[in-house]
Every structure is written in C-alpha cells, then in structure tokens.
Design a protein around this ligand. Structure first.
Ligand code: ATP
Ligand code: MG
Length: 218
C-alpha cells in the first residue's frame, strides 16, 4: 500500500519549551485508518501538525504523496490532506451552519447542485439538518464537532487527519463517524486519527502509532 504521508529523520522543538519530538521513519498508508495514541502531552497533536505542514520540522523531511512539504503551501497541502483541529471552533469561521458547509466551494466558484446535495447529505447524516440556519456560536460542543467534521468531508482531500474527533460525540454520533470512515476507506481515502477512544482503539489496534514523551514507542 502506498504511503500518503512519510516522515524521515524528523525532529521538532517548540521555541522556549523543553518538549521535543523526533522520529526516524514513519509512514501513514493511504486507504487505511492509522491511529495515533499516547498520554496527554505525549506529542500527538504536534505530530499531526507536522504531518500536514502546519508545523515545520527543524530537521528531516515530511512528504505528502511523495512531495516534500517544505515546497508546498498550506493551500496546496489542503487540497490533498484535510485536518480536523482538536478544538472545533478553531476551524469554524462563518455566520451560519449552511454558510460553513458551502463557503469554500463558493470562494472557488464551484457551487453546484452536486455540492449542495453533498452538504445536505452530510448534515443529514450527522443530524444537523434542523440547524442549517443556526449561528455557529449557538451550537453545542458536540454539534460544533460534527459540523467541523462535515466541513472537512466537503473537501476533495484524499487523506484526513482527525485530532480527537469523538470528543463531545455521543455513542450514536461516534457510530455514524466510524461508518462514514469505513465508507470513505472503501472508496480509497485514508485517515490518521488521534484518539483515546476504546472502541476505536479496539477496532484498529493493528495499525497504531503510540507516542511517549515525543518519541514513537510502538
Ligand atoms: N505552542 C507550543 N509552545 C510550547 N509548547 C507547546 C506548544 N504546543 C504544545 N506544547 C507542548 O508540547 C507537548 C506536546 O503537546 P501536544 O499538544 O502535541 O500533546 P498531545 O499528545 O496532543 O496532548 P493531549 O492529549 O493533551 O491533546 C506538551 O508538553 C505541550 O505543553
Ligand atoms: Mg492533542
């Protein structure tokens, strides 16, 4: 299976912090779900941001679909990798739920019946149809999380990095997310998922990157 994201001899340090991250070789295959697990503060979010170029490694290189992220703009990365922030409000910008679902396509001038249909289907799947005109400021944490997931899935990305996507989701919505992930993997997409969720860890125990103190331990 070809790699979507590869890290080679990567090291990273936050200026003024004593936390450092390093790994010699790590591959995230396309067309699979790979989990990233570890205790609080072990470096999961740091790794995920290095994987999509939000953070730049100090040494080594990170390749996305065989292209060095040092030569890619965040816009170029965004076309192939979708990133779900740990805090959903970090990626919600527009006045309403519907606007949030459609603004990228609007900016790119590619709104069509098809994109509207896709947006409606995603909102329906995550039980947000009734909140279409709701201000994003008046959503519950779980609703924000589901909307952030929906907007991410609107993009044409081939690989998705989800930082603790089940936070705030009840059992039914977790199940809906897992079903959607299975469906997307069956259609050739790939995922890296940061999680503490037992059910997800049981399901994908065989493909897991385990971190401790900024190092890959398994
Ligand atoms: N911008 C920053 N500047 C300095 N230190 C940071 C910064 N962001 C994170 N850190 C530190 O880096 C370490 C790893 O943080 P990171 O967010 O990657 O952990 P995590 O495994 O995602 O934790 P959690 O499970 O709590 O989300 C922590 O000690 C954190 O305090
Ligand atoms: Mg984190």
């Amino acid at each position: 299976m070809s790699a979507a994201i590869t890290l080679t001899d990567v090291s990273f340090i936050y200026p003024g912090s004593d936390f450092s991250f390093s790994c010699s070789h790590l591959e995230f295959p396309q067309n699979e779900v790979t989990l990233i697990t570890g205790h609080n503060g072990s470096g999961k979010t740091t790794l995920s941001k290095l994987m999509c170029g939000i953070l730049k490694s100090v040494t080594g290189r990170v390749d996305i679909f065989n292209r060095d992220t040092k030569n890619l703009t965040l816009g170029e990365v965004g076309k192939c990798v979708g990133y779900l922030f740990q805090e959903p409000t970090q990626q919600l910008f527009t006045p309403t739920v519907w606007k949030e679902m459609t603004f990228v396509d609007e900016i790119l001038g590619r709104t069509s019946n098809e994109t509207e249909r896709k947006a409606l289907d995603l909102l329906e799947w995550f039980g947000l149809t009734g909140l279409k005109e709701r201000s994003i400021y008046y959503l519950s944490r779980g609703e924000q999380q589901r909307l952030a997931l929906c907007t991410l899935l609107m993009s044409g990305a081939n690989f998705f990095i989800l930082d603790e996507p089940t936070t705030g989701l009840d059992k039914n919505n977790r199940k809906r997310l897992y079903t959607l992930m299975d469906d997307l993997v069956a259609r050739g997409k790939g995922f890296a998922v940061i999680t503490h969720e037992g059910e997800l860890i049981d399901k994908y125990a065989y493909s897991q990157v385990r971190l401790e103190k900024g190092k890959v331990i398994a």
